[in-house]
Design a binder for this molecule. Sequence first.
Ligand SMILES: O=C(O)CCC(=O)C(=O)O
Ligand SMILES: [Fe+2]
Length: 314
Amino acid sequence: MLQVVDISKKTEDITEQLFESSTNHGFLFVKGHGIPQSHIENLFKVSAEYFALDQSVKDKYPIENNIGYTSFNQEQLDARKTKDYKEAYNFGPINSTTGEIPIENHPEFFQKYNDLITKTNFYLFEVAKQLFVHLLKTLKIDKDKIPEIAKCLTGDTHTILRFLRYPQMRSLKEAENDDIRAGAHTDYGLLTILFQQEGQQGLQLNLNKEDDQDWLPIAFQPSDDISKEGAPLVVNFGDLLQFWTNGTIKSTIHRVVIPETRLKDRYSIVFFVHPQDKTSLEGWESKYIPKDEENKPQVNAYEHLLMRLNETYS
Ligand SMILES: O=C(O)CCC(=O)C(=O)O
Ligand SMILES: [Fe+2]
């Protein structure tokens, strides 16, 4: 079972949970995020309306520089498998202070939802920043260095908000056994925040790298008090946190599978948090972090993102 961590608490009160979840599962649930249930419902409504548009309308904004629409069987997150049976829309670039995007560069359909999209980005950036600082304190990074490191989440970043749709199969026979919604992969950035909906499971994580049959399903975690905030967010740590901590924090392999009852859609909304482009991948100093790994790529954060995107779309 994953930890449910309340980020509105003081770091001292959640240190153990954060250390456990970041170094073991690399996944956790985050509550205390303050995002109202009505906001999350509106977001899923807009996503469903968008994906219901005519294919020709969606095809007008094909993905470029990681922004725009991705169609079925275009991405391949796991090179050993088939391409992913999903469609997606990526919003960006996102202003890391206000959450704004240049809405005029996005499809006509989204123009009237600018406030909703901006607010979502703002909320999620706040969650990411709070969690990042809790994590730096948990790792006992030198107090003076924390503001300097946390600065990588300000200014221009390649953070992306993504709507995803994995359609139901029209018949139980339609999917082949090895068909996959999202192939096994790690995330490329700093951390990832995910909204999922009750009854639309399928996300699984692989705790034991030696055994690719060993998958732990991530259940839907309901809100403690729906009048206060929506369900806890699923958060996982990406490659960059694994690099900076020389493997102490795990960038865990995960995937999305087709459920046994194939006649079910899954919609998810994901926020991929990236630091400023030039951020180095060098290890931080802490008693919990071993000395630099030798086989680390000699690139900056953006070069690492480009490498991973090239693999996904090749
Ligand atoms: O849709 C999901 O639940 C997760 C998708 C995912 O892992 C990804 O797009 O990186
Ligand atoms: Fe992922």
